[in-house]
Design a protein. Sequence first.
Length: 351
Amino acid sequence: MTQSTTLAGAAARPSAPQPAALARWLWAVALLVIVVVGVGGITRLTESGLSITEWRPVSGILPPLNEPDWIRAFEKYKQIPEYREINLGMTLAGFKAIFFWEWLHRILGRLVGMALLVPLAWYAWRRAIPAGYGWRLFALAALVGLQGAIGWWMVASGLEYRTDVSHFRLAAHLLTALFLLAGLVWTARDLGVLARDPAARPARLTGVAAGVVAILFVQLLLGAWVAGLNAGQVANTWPLMNDHLVPEGIDWAGGAWRALTNDPFLLHFLHRWWSWVAAAALLLLARTLARSGGRTEARLLVAVVIVQMSLGILTVVTGVSMWIAVMHQIVGAILVAIAAAALHRQGRGAA
């Protein structure tokens, strides 16, 4: 091997970490996750999630390409309870419409996986990953695979005995996506700080921050259950629910725990009022950040809380207008991203 070949090989695989490039990559993937969450919202609201009755990670990339293929896919959909009990008589054109959203949601999920795995392999080969970050980036990539498995587990719950998917599994699917989003933002912020200061240490999650995360988690869980049970449609007035502060119609017959986890009236009520607890926690966090120099994060946090609360109210009073409900879900994902950035800003001081 000549000296020039050796030098060319060395140039092809630099050993210097590139935290700034890694941070930009993770921000781009985070944006893509928000898009996937939005399309997932459309898929749910159009009742499209059960239109594809098989999980084919590779061959499922392509939709039906001709009329016989479409007919075969439609015949498979006709075998599940949703068609027999809700959509009996649906036309092939109607099936194509719901198929599109589920197919797009799955394609975007695969795209997130590729957007993480391919650059990760490239950066690893180039030895561009800073020390201590390889395991974290690998965990984020593995989380995408877990998310896909949870997605199919969710769909499978509606193929044999139900006319919809389990709201518990839907919550697991959505919350895993939001956890991935928060992890991407937190790691991107760590890498961004490292690019400016090679001696910087990763931010820490403080005790106060853990409390904010717990409060926000409860609200996100309640929101997922409300979505899965179509509980947003049990009342279209605000602040009262059908002229009552505590709504009539809560079924306590199965016990408090069953009502707390399955009753649409109670879950709507809890999601509606716990949002004020979550908003107060986030606004107090914003106030703390503003006083400690994190004014940008504080302002973004205040703005997104106001927008999200407004969209939540509009979703109720419009009887769950689809596009307003979708925006509510998208802004919810943006809120998670901004909250992660704000908590990271607070955690930098602790580090």
